[in-house]
Write a protein that binds this ligand. Structure first.
Ligand SMILES: C[S@@+](CC[C@H](N)C(=O)[O-])C[C@H]1O[C@@H](n2cnc3c(N)ncnc32)[C@H](O)[C@@H]1O
Length: 239
């Protein structure tokens, strides 16, 4: 059973399009601010691209999506296929476990940029124990050494009492992962959202190497249960 995608995800995402619009727009703004360094993109955990920015995707010449959900490819083409075709982007949708196959994908496509599209924060739900999940995340980031890659993922999630309007969600400025500035910005931002402890740790605190420029984006996944999305890019020379 796919605990992080599948029909349940598509149904929820389709119904929540208005509620998630600001988060989608914040992700798009962040993606578009990133200079494109290659023509080829591998998008892992793409699903139907409910939260994905079409203007960003059209900056590439080829796009390969990966998802374990057998419906994902068809729905991704339905949502983004026409725009990508009109802009000359060659799209291939794959069904399979891209995380297990990551070393192979990296070897096969040395020029491609890799983007993890809200998938790394779900690894804790796909492994039997926290140490196992942490080990898996560590092996993924190790495999990526020397590559240009990015991710948006759940950092934490939990209840909020905030009545913050969904169309005007706060997000943090870009700060260095692990720096005192990042810590302060995060605390202030969680306070603005009215976060009520305890929050669930998605174990992604060490996904980005120290010093990576990250931003935190609010995602009102459910009315009073929000996710803290962390977004960042890692350049090939980062450890
Ligand atoms: C929270 S959803 C994100 C959906 C997507 N980024 C979007 O905008 O609609 C996580 C997705 O990751 C997929 N996934 C989970 N593990 C995966 C793996 N090992 N390889 C590829 N996809 C995976 C799930 O099937 C699900 O569609």
């Amino acid at each position: 059973m796919n605990l992080t995608g599948g029909l349940h995800w598509h149904w929820r995402a389709w119904r929540a399009q208005a509620m998630w619009a600001q988060t989608r727009s914040d992700i798009e703004t962040w993606l578009l601010a990133q200079p494109v360094s290659t023509d080829h993109l591998i998008l892992i955990g793409a699903s139907a691209g409910w939260m994905m920015s079409a203007p960003w995707l059209t900056r590439f010449k080829t796009l390969q999506t990966w998802d374990i959900d057998p419906l994902a490819g068809r729905l991704f083409k339905w949502r983004h296929g026409r725009t990508l075709k009109a802009r000359g982007v060659r799209l291939q949708c794959h069904t399979g476990d891209a995380l297990t196959q990551l070393p192979h994908l990296l070897r096969e496509q040395p020029q491609a940029t890799i983007f993890f599209d809200n998938v790394l924060g779900q690894i804790r739900f796909q492994n039997h124990s926290i140490p196992q999940a942490e080990k898996r995340l560590h092996s993924i980031t190790q495999a990526l050494r020397g590559r240009h890659w990015g991710s948006v993922h759940d950092r934490m999630s939990g209840p909020v009492i905030s009545a913050w309007p969904e169309h005007a969600l706060p997000h943090t400025p870009l700060t260095e992962q692990g720096s005192p500035d990042e810590e302060a910005a995060t605390q202030a931002w969680l306070g603005l959202m009215g976060a009520q402890s305890p929050w669930l740790d998605h174990l992604t605190g060490s996904v980005f190497p120290a010093g990576t420029m990250v931003t935190h984006i609010a995602w009102p996944m459910k009315t009073q249960y929000w996710h803290w999305l962390q977004a960042g890019w890692v350049s090939p020379n980062k450890a």
